[in-house]
Ligand binder design. Sequence first.
Ligand code: T5A
Length: 212
Amino acid sequence: MFITLEGGEGVGKTTQQALLALQLRQAGYPCLCTREPGGTALGRALREILLHGDPLTPLAELFLYAADRAEHVQKCILPALAAGQVVVCDRFTDSTLAYQGYGRGLDLQQVRQLNHLATGGLQPHLTLWLDLPPEVGLARKASGPLARTGLADRLEQERLEFHRRVHQGFQTLAAAEPQRIVRIDAEGSPLEVAARIWSVVKPRLLAAVPRP
Ligand code: T5A
């Protein structure tokens, strides 16, 4: 089963990925945690350019996310799925639609085509959209440990208006694909959010994957 975690900045995806992996392993499901950008050696180099390099044109940015994904799908995600692991990925194609499409204003149809090319048509079985007002997510990040290093990345530094468009994008994507994309209220403590996530994942997992 291929599960993705999506949402704006600081909504708690990384925190929830670790908690979900714990639940999965306790339930006897081997799982792989990975992320985009940065799930492969190439991806880690691209992540540095994308998040901390000089400003890029929107189209160049789009192609770099696609290159990261093409490598990631072939070298990491597909082999793990073939080996019977549950793959939990922090961001995937919906991030590209939300950030580069709705946020940057690139043509949505072209973004979809490039997503399709990069993934070879692979789609998540379940996408958990962690929904939080952009102001709250940005404030969480601003008070987190990384903020004190002064290493806020390029996308975090975008204006609030950009993050509102991204949020609106996720909302539209979720409304269009309610079976695949499930909205998770990301307010509350990490354990409260984790319980909401598990209540969505568990029945789908039992239906999709035989109990180990
Ligand atoms: N991007 C990515 C694109 O533009 N296009 C694409 O196609 C793709 C794949 C990735 C950037 O790349 C962009 C989007 C992003 O801008 P990233 O570092 O992965 O960069 O950025 P984020 O995904 O935003 O990751 P973060 O780690 O910064 O945020 P998370 O993972 O959502 O949140 P997390 O768990 O790190 O938590 C943030 C802070 O909040 C606290 C944590 O302790 C931490 O300090 N926290 C909570 N506080 C209160 N209550 C809770 N429930 C909390 N949960 C966590």
